[in-house]
Design a protein around this ligand. Sequence first.
Ligand SMILES: C[S@@+](CC[C@H](N)C(=O)[O-])C[C@H]1O[C@@H](n2cnc3c(N)ncnc32)[C@H](O)[C@@H]1O
Length: 293
Amino acid sequence: MKALVKIKEVAAYLRSCGIDDADKEAEILLTQGIGIDRVTLYRGDPALSEDQIKRLEKILQRRAKREPLQYILGYAEFYGMNIKVGPGVLIPRPETELIVEEAIKAVTSNKLQVTSKDLKQFSENSLLKILDLCTGSGCLALAIAKHLPVAAVYGTDLSEIAVEYAMENAKINRIKNVTFLKGHLFEPVKDMRFDMIVSNPPYIKRPDIQNLQPEIREWEPVEALDGGEDGLKFYKEILQHAPEYLNNNGFIIIESGQGQANDVIKIAEGSKLKNISIIKDYAGIERILIWRN
Ligand SMILES: C[S@@+](CC[C@H](N)C(=O)[O-])C[C@H]1O[C@@H](n2cnc3c(N)ncnc32)[C@H](O)[C@@H]1O
C-alpha cells in the first residue's frame, strides 16, 4: 500500500478512537513511528513494506488504548533534546520549557553575580548550584545543565523509576554536570545550599484527576499529578522550606497550574521570599512564578 493512502487511513482510524489532531499524529506515526523520512513521504509516496505495515498496526493497537504517543515513540522533545519517557514517568510539557528560559536569563543577565561571596562560600568546583525538585524525567535539570555548563545541577524525585529515567537521559544527552537523587523534596540535599531552585511539582487537585484525558489519567503516574485535595500541597512545602536552601539573592522558579498563580503567590507571602515575577505561557496563562531570597 502507498504511504499517502495509508496516512489517510491511519488518520481516520485515530479520529474514530477520539484522538484530537489525528492528521498530525498520523504523519508522526509514519515518519517517527516507522521511520519514513518526511520529504520521501510527501514527494516519493513510497509503497510500505510488510514489515512497516506490521509495525504500524502494533503502534495503532497501543494508541487505540489511548497510550500517549510519546510513550509509544519512547521519547519526548524538550528544549531541543530527546528525553526518554515511558510508563512511570511524566511526559515533559512545552510550557515547562519557560522555566529553562527564565533560569538561563537569571544567570546570563548576571542577576546572580551579586551573590559571588555566597557562591564562594557554598560552591566547591562549580560556580553555581541549581536544584530541580520533582525532577521526573530530568528534563528541566538536564536542559538547564546543558545551557549553563558553569552550574552543578541536582535533581530530586521520590520515584525510583523517574530517577532511573533521569539518569539515563543524562547519559543519552551526554550531560555530566547533573546529579539525580531519590527522595522527598529537599531531603536528599538537606546539607546543601543553592543559587537557584526550580520545580514543576504535581499540582492537579485530587478530585480533578478523574476528569483528565485518558492519556494522562490512565497512563501517566498519579504521583506526578496529585497535588492533594486543593492542588497546592507541594507549593506549601516547597515555598516554606526554600529560603533554608537558597543562598542570599538566590532564585526560585516554579510552574503553577491554570488558575493557581494567585494562591501560590499567597502561600509565598508567608515566607521571606520576595520580588515576585509572573510569566505567562503561550496560551496567556500565568504559569511561571519567580521569587528571590
Ligand atoms: C509534574 S511531575 C514533573 C516532572 C518534571 N519536572 C517535568 O516537568 O516534566 C512531578 C514529579 O514529582 C515527583 N514527586 C511526587 N511526589 C514527590 C515528593 N514527595 N518528593 C519528590 N518528588 C515527588 C513525581 O514522581 C513526578 O516525577
